[in-house]
Design a binder for this molecule. Structure first.
Ligand SMILES: NC(=O)c1ccc[n+]([C@@H]2O[C@H](COP(=O)([O-])OP(=O)(O)OC[C@H]3O[C@@H](n4cnc5c(N)ncnc54)[C@H](OP(=O)(O)O)[C@@H]3O)[C@@H](O)[C@H]2O)c1
Length: 328
């Protein structure tokens, strides 16, 4: 099969199309013919070794010194089951599915095998493959940080970076859970986030939004522009600062006793919980969570998709279609 390989860290030009072995589904696994995938901020970071501040030296022994240990990037897919291993009972060839191998990656390829009990769910019929392929990265990150921060009913939350993949999912899911959502994004994305459920929108390019002490129950920070030192005073007593794009200093701030007033910092990788994928599919079927796809590229143009994601300016997600006919 064809796969996109990242043999060393660098710009989008390091990516190469190569013929690699097509995975055989092991016992309990299904093999998915990939119809669509995505290029996420995670893929862009991994390709470029652009790790959050202070984490480069710590990350390389785990992720690879000169290039990614898993050279085929890509965290999420939508496709069709084309073969099943022994003992598989939940899926059959022909089933349309979404799957989230997440940090194990290897989705920028024509086929990907996953455990039938893993992060896989039937594709919502209402979504085309490109939309469906972008549900999981932002969606599961949002679910994790919502679950670990427990926003009180009617609580006030601030979402910094509300127009990104994680931010657009957070706005929708926090609104669905009954929170009062203030979204921080630039003016060009204000209508988008209002349409997703934001009650108030602040344009970070013209307005200082860091001056209202004790205003929020939870601050979700997805850009890396606000640190714990600035964010903690903006929280109500008992509030949580979810540093989703945290560098090392905010990760260290999660250790030890809560700060004054019981305010806490929460950071680190989102847990990849298989049940989240069915939950996201259900939320999409009910129209609670709508994928926001900024651009769709053909598989052959994946380097251009990386270059666009590298700008840090995408709205929602960037999808990759492997089969140009695979819209349904
Ligand atoms: N902890 C975890 O497990 C985890 C999981 C997933 C992602 N992440 C991290 O979370 C971060 C966000 O990921 P993502 O995929 O959502 O990113 P993304 O989609 O690339 O975010 C792009 C958006 O950020 C907005 N933006 C840029 N600068 C901003 C600022 N100063 N204030 C407010 N908005 C700003 C841009 O809007 P404008 O163009 O209008 O500025 C754009 O819409 C990344 O750093 C990623 O690595 C962490």
């Amino acid at each position: 099969m064809k796969a996109v390989v990242c043999p060393r860290y660098g710009g989008p030009e390091v990516l190469e199309f190569r013929d690699v072995a097509t995975p055989e589904p092991a016992a309990g696994e299904v093999r998915i013919k990939v119809m669509a995938t995505s290029v996420t901020s995670g893929d862009s970071r991994m390709r470029a070794a652009r790790f959050p501040p202070g984490l480069g030296l710590i990350a390389r022994p785990f992720l690879g010194f000169r290039g990614p240990r898993q050279p085929i990037l890509g965290t999420e897919i939508a496709g069709v089951v084309d073969a099943v291993g022994s003992g598989v009972t939940r899926y059959r060839p022909g089933d349309a599915v979404i799957a989230f191998p997440g940090g194990k990656m290897a989705c920028h390829a024509e086929y990907r095998s996953v455990a039938e009990t893993g992060a896989i769910a039937p594709k919502p019929q209402s979504l085309g493959y490109a939309d469906a392929a972008t549900l999981c990265f932002g969606g599961s990150t949002a679910l994790h940080f919502l679950d670990v921060t427990t926003v009180p009913p009617g609580g006030r939350v601030l979402v910094v970076g509300a127009s990104g993949a994680v931010g657009t999912a957070l706005v929708q899911l926090a609104h669905h859970r009954g929170a009062q959502v203030t979204a921080v994004c630039s003016a060009r994305n204000a209508d988008l986030v209002r349409g997703l459920g934001a009650d108030a929108v602040i344009d970070y390019t013209t307005t200082d939004y860091l001056g209202e002490p004790g205003a929020y129950d939870v601050i979700f920070e997805t850009v890396g522009s606000v640190t714990a030192r600035t964010a903690l005073p903006l929280l109500r007593p008992g509030g949580r600062f979810a540093a989703i794009a945290a560098g090392l200093p905010d990760m260290l701030a999660t250790i030890g006793a809560p700060g004054r007033g019981g305010r806490r910092v929460i950071a680190g990788p989102a847990k990849e919980i298989p049940a989240y994928i069915q939950q996201l599919a259900d939320l999409a079927v009910r129209g609670v969570l709508c994928p926001v796809v900024d651009r769709t590229y053909a598989f052959g143009d994946i380097a251009a998709a990386h270059a666009y994601v590298d700008t840090g300016r995408k709205r929602g997600s960037v999808a990759i279609l492997l089969d140009p006919a695979a819209h349904g």
